[in-house]
Design a protein. Structure first.
Length: 305
């Protein structure tokens, strides 16, 4: 829901939809409604404060919700920071709320909207890599505001950063990527030199295997599939394609996608054995993964992320 809400806002902005009506100025925390204050916990507790903020946000009381999100974060820190999951969830909810506030303030004050989006961006950046797409969306919204103010170079730089993040999770033909590319082309700023595709593939392999080692298989799959697609263009040595296929095959196996894993691991061996030999550590690890698939009974897919 969180990602969808922001994606809809971004796509609307990119498509040139009418700006959302401005919200009334938010009240100061001291002016919170008595009905809200009645529910404030007598003894500060970060979890209770965060839950209260979620309830208020769901009812459209954004100013009050923001107040309690910030209090929850302060209390969690005062409690020793022992609940990182609560902190991450509260930060994400606060960033989402700030995005709503920014969108609502565009018609009233673009400078204010930029400031709010920048604060949301700072929060999303602390939650990367899981928030990469949300960082990209916020960068794109900031770029549109800068573009509207005539600051084309700043908008161009923000769109370039957004595009780099979008490309990690979206296919090249995705409408969002196409629209961002069109905005970059229309900015009038000379395009930056394109990165070497071989370096891009190697970087994707490094990131993907890092997620694989941490058992974050869904994230590993997205990155490694992109890496393989680039290796297959012939921009790297064939042995690098074999290695990337090995990592991807092991990821498929961990996700329970046995047929995909068998096919990809066998392709990897067909490349690795003639080049590295049967007893190279990478060849041995790949063969072991394939043999485990052949001997083990089917297991339910694991969606660790």
């Amino acid at each position: 829901m969180l990602r969808t809400a922001l994606r809809v806002g971004l796509v609307c902005a990119l498509a040139g939809c009418a700006t959302a009506p401005a919200d009334p100025p938010p009240p100061e925390p001291a002016a919170l409604a008595p009905a809200v204050l009645e529910h404030e916990p007598r003894e500060p507790d970060s979890r209770v404060l965060a839950e209260l903020a979620v309830t208020l946000q769901g009812r459209g009381h954004l100013a009050e919700a923001e107040h309690f999100y910030r209090r929850a974060l302060a209390e969690e820190l005062a409690e020793g920071g022992r609940d990182p999951e609560l902190r991450q969830r509260t930060l994400a909810n606060l960033a989402w709320l700030l995005g709503e506030r920014a969108a609502g303030s565009i018609a009233r004050d673009r400078s204010e909207a930029i400031g709010i989006y920048q604060e949301a961006l700072e929060i999303w950046q602390t939650l990367q890599p899981g928030s990469d797409e949300l960082v990209a969306e916020t960068l794109a919204n900031l770029a549109l505001l800068e573009r509207a103010r005539g600051r084309r170079e700043q908008a161009h730089a923000l769109l370039e950063r957004a595009l780099e993040l979008y490309q990690k999770t979206l296919v090249p033909e995705d409408p969002t990527i196409l629209r961002v590319r069109a905005l970059i082309a229309a900015s009038g700023v000379p395009p930056a030199p394109q990165p070497d595709p071989a370096d891009v593939a190697r970087d994707l392999d490094r990131q993907g295997t890092s997620h694989l080692d941490r058992r974050e298989y869904v994230r590993a799959r997205v990155l490694l599939e992109r890496a393989v697609s680039i290796h297959e263009r012939g921009v790297t040595a064939r042995v690098e394609l074999g290695a990337s296929l090995s990592y991807l095959g092991r990821t498929y196996a961990a996700l329970g996608e046995r047929e995909n894993a068998r096919h990809v691991l066998q392709r990897s061996l067909d490349i690795l054995v003639p080049v590295l030999g049967k007893f190279d550590p990478l060849t041995l690890a790949t063969r072991a993964s394939l043999e485990n698939l052949r001997s083990a009974a089917p297991v339910p897919a694991r969606r660790s992320d």
